[in-house]
Design a protein around this ligand. Structure first.
Ligand code: DOR
Ligand code: ZN
Length: 359
C-alpha cells in the first residue's frame, strides 16, 4: 500500500483479482461486455446459463473459444492485459447430467458445475427439478474434487421471495452436505445473515461468493422514489441487517468468502419492462465498487485476500502474479454503455464512484 489508510488521496496496489461468478453471455452481448471483465480480472468463472445452456464439455470448450475470439477482437486500449485474461468454464447441471460427462469436463479443464433450481432465475428452464436426481452427478463431483456452485434459492411460490435463500439452506443444503461431506460447495451470491453464518460455521469444503451490489445496497434501493429496475437482481437485495452481515463476512478476513460479481448484462429495455429481467451490470466498475464497500468500514487491508487469494485457494488454482492499482478519487460513471442496437445501464449509471481503477 502506498499510503496509510486514513490519508486522502489513497492508493492501493493488490494482486490482480479474479471474478468467481460472472455472466458474459454470447454473440454480440459477449463482444460488448467481455473486455470490461478481462480488464479488471485475471480470470473469471463464466456462468453457463446461455440459451441453450452449456451442459456438455464440447459446448463449454466451444463457448471458451468464442470468449477468447471476442477478447482478441475487443480493441481495448490495454489489449495486452485483456488478452491475458483466462475464462474458467462451467457446466450447467440438469436432472440427467451423467457422471461420465463430468469426468470429461474435469479432464478438459472445466472448473466447476452450476446448480440452478428449475425456474429460479434467468435461463433456468433446464435447471434441476429434484436434487435427488442429481446424486450420481454430485457423487462424481465429490470424487473429482470439482466444486458445485449453487444458486441457493427455493422456487416454491408459497415461500416469500425474501426467505428463499434461508429456506434453501434448511431444506436442501443441509442434506446435500450430509450426503456428500467431501463435496466442495460454493453458495453463490449470498444475500442473507443466515447464509453468511451458515458458511462461516461450515467446514473447509464450504465457501460463498458475495457481489458488490449486495455489499453496497439494501432493498430500499429498488424502491427509492419509484421502481428502479436496475437494482433488481436475484437473489433480490435484502434488508439492511443482511447487508451489514455480508459486509462483516466479506471484511472479516475469513478465507471462506470471496469475490463474485454476478455481473449480469441485460438490454436496458428488457429491464425497464413490465416483467423486467433480473441482473445488475457491475463488470464495468467492479473493483471500484468493492473498494467503496470495503473502504466504508475501514477494511481496505482485507480487500486483497477477498478479491485475489481466497477464491483461487478454494478452487486449488494458483494466485495471479500481476497487480492492479486503485485510487480513492471521485469519478463519473457513464449514463449507459454500448450494447449492440440496445443500451446497457451499469449500476451507478450517471452517478459518481468513489474509487478509480488506475491500472
Ligand atoms: O440477477 C441475476 N441475473 N441472478 C441470476 O441468478 C442470473 C443472472 C442472469 O443471468 O441474468
Ligand atoms: Zn449469476
Amino acid at each position: 500500500m502506498s499510503a496509510s489508510l486514513d490519508q486522502k488521496p489513497f492508493e492501493i496496489t493488490i494482486t490482480r483479482p479474479d471474478d468467481w461468478h460472472v455472466h458474459l453471455r454470447d454473440g454480440e452481448a459477449l463482444e460488448r461486455v467481455v473486455a470490461h471483465t478481462a480488464f479488471q480480472f485475471g480470470r473469471a468463472v463464466v456462468m453457463p446459463n446461455l440459451k441453450p445452456p452449456v451442459t456438455t464439455t464440447e459446448q463449454a470448450l466451444a463457448y471458451k473459444g468464442r470468449i477468447l475470439s471476442a477478447l482478441a477482437a475487443s480493441n481495448h486500449p490495454d489489449q495486452n492485459k485483456v488478452s491475458s485474461f483466462e475464462p474458467l468454464m462451467t457446466l450447467y447441471l440438469t436432472d440427467t447430467t451423467a457422471p461420465q460427462e463430468l469426468e470429461r469436463a474435469h479432464a478438459a479443464g472445466v472448473v466447476a458445475v452450476k446448480l440452478y433450481p428449475f425456474g429460479a432465475t434467468t435461463n433456468s428452464d433446464s435447471g434441476v427439478t429434484d436434487i435427488r436426481k442429481t446424486y450420481p452427478a454430485l457423487e462424481a463431483l465429490q470424487r473429482l474434487g470439482m466444486p458445485l456452485l449453487i444458486h441457493a434459492e427455493v422456487t416454491d411460490p408459497s415461500v416469500d421471495l425474501f426467505d428463499r435463500e434461508a429456506v434453501f439452506i434448511d431444506k436442501h443444503l443441509v442434506a446435500i452436505r450430509k450426503d456428500f461431506p467431501e463435496l466442495k460447495i460454493v453458495i453463490e451470491h449470498i444475500t442473507t445473515l443466515e447464509a453468511a453464518q451458515y458458511v462461516q460455521d461450515g467446514d473447509s469444503h464450504l465457501a460463498a461468493t458475495i457481489t458488490a451490489h449486495h455489499l453496497l445496497y439494501n432493498r430500499n434501493a429498488i424502491f427509492t422514489g419509484g421502481i428502479r429496475p436496475h437494482y433488481y437482481c436475484l437473489p433480490v437485495l435484502k434488508r439492511e441487517t443482511h447487508r451489514l452481515a455480508l459486509v462483516k463476512a466479506a471484511t472479516s478476513g475469513s478465507s471462506k468468502f470471496f469475490l463474485g460479481t454476478d455481473s449480469a448484462p441485460h438490454a436496458a429495455h428488457l429491464k425497464e419492462h413490465a416483467s423486467g429481467c433480473a441482473g445488475c451490470y457491475t463488470a464495468f466498475s467492479a473493483m471500484e465498487l468493492y473498494a467503496e464497500a470495503f473502504d466504508a468500514v475501514g477494511a481496505m487491508d482485507k480487500l486483497e485476500a477477498f478479491a485475489s487469494f481466497n477464491g483461487a485457494d478454494f478452487y486449488g488454482l494458483p494466485r495471479n502474479v500481476g497487480k492492479i492499482t486503485l485510487r480513492r478519487e471521485s469519478c463519473q460513471m457513464p449514463e449507459s454503455l454500448a450494447f449492440g442496437n440496445a443500451k446497457l445501464i451499469p449500476l451507478r449509471a450517471g452517478e459518481s464512484l468513489q474509487w478509480r481503477f488506475v491500472v
